[in-house]
Design a protein around this ligand. Structure first.
Ligand SMILES: [Mg+2]
Length: 232
C-alpha cells in the first residue's frame, strides 16, 4: 500500500453511486405510472431529453445561475416542452416523484463495495465531497449501503460552496485535520473533481470508465474502481 495518502475524498454520483442507471430506473417508473407515452411516444425520447436538460441545468447551478428549486422543476418543464407539452403542474409532480424514488435506488458502480471493504481494512479515512443536496445525497448513501464507510459527507449545501471551487475542498480537508499531501480526491468529473482538487493543491484520481480522451493533467487515472488498489 501507498504510505503517503491517509485521507480519501470520494465524489458520490457516477463515482460510487450509479447515477445514470438509478435515474433511468426512476424515470422508467415515472414514465409508466404517468402514462407518458402519450407525450413522448417512447421512453428513450423522455430519457434523452431529460438527461440533456438535467445536465445543462446542473452546469448552470454550479455557476450560480440557477436556484435548486428552479433546477428541479425546470428540467421536467423543458423535457415536456421538447415534445410540445406546456404543463408546469405536471412538471412539478414529475419532479416530486423523481426526488422521492430516485435517491432510494441502490445501483452502485461496479466494484464499489469491494473497494470500500478493502480500503476499510487499511488505515485510511474516507469522506464524500459532493455537489448534491445534503438530504438527497445521504438518502442515496443509506439506501445503497454506502453510508457505513464514510466519516463525513461534504455537500454544496452544508459547505455553502461547490466543486470545483477551492472552498469546499478547503473546508473538507481542514475540518478533518488532514494535510494536503496526505489527501487524495477520487472522482469522475474532470472539471469539478479533478481540476477543483488540483487547483486546491491535492492529488487526484480521475475515474474514467468511458475512457474519454482529454488534455487534463491528473495524478492518476483509472477506468475501473478496483484499479485504485494499485494506488492505495
Ligand atoms: Mg460525479
Amino acid at each position: 500500500m501507498n504510505n503517503r495518502y491517509r485521507h480519501l475524498f470520494f465524489d458520490l454520483d457516477r463515482t460510487l453511486w450509479d447515477y445514470d442507471s438509478n435515474a433511468m430506473e426512476a424515470l422508467q417508473e415515472i414514465y409508466n405510472s404517468y402514462k407518458l407515452e402519450g407525450v413522448f411516444d417512447e421512453f428513450e425520447n423522455f430519457h434523452c431529453s431529460f438527461t440533456k436538460h438535467n445536465d445543462e441545468l446542473w452546469k448552470e447551478f454550479r455557476l450560480g445561475k440557477v436556484h435548486k428549486d428552479v433546477l428541479r422543476t425546470l428540467r421536467f418543464e423543458k423535457t415536456l416542452f421538447d415534445y410540445g407539452t406546456i404543463n408546469s403542474d405536471l412538471a412539478i409532480e414529475l419532479n416530486n416523484h423523481f426526488l422521492e424514488i430516485s435517491p432510494r435506488k441502490t445501483r452502485l458502480i461496479d466494484g464499489a463495495i469491494d473497494l470500500l471493504e478493502y480500503l476499510r481494512s487499511k488505515p485510511y479515512s474516507l469522506y464524500i465531497i459532493t455537489n448534491g443536496f445534503t438530504k438527497i445525497q445521504l438518502l442515496k448513501m443509506e439506501s445503497s449501503g454506502l453510508d457505513v464507510y464514510f466519516k463525513k459527507v461534504f455537500t454544496s449545501e452544508n459547505t455553502s460552496s461547490s466543486k470545483p471551487h477551492n472552498d469546499i475542498f478547503r473546508q473538507a480537508v481542514t475540518s478533518v485535520n488532514a494535510r494536503k499531501n496526505e489527501s487524495l480526491m477520487i472522482g469522475d468529473d474532470l472539471e469539478t473533481d479533478i481540476t477543483g482538487a488540483r487547483n486546491y493543491g491535492i492529488d487526484q484520481v480521475f475515474f474514467n470508465p468511458l475512457i474519454v480522451s482529454h488534455n487534463h493533467k491528473t495524478t492518476f487515472e483509472i477506468t475501473k474502481l478496483d484499479q485504485l488498489r494499485e494506488i492505495l
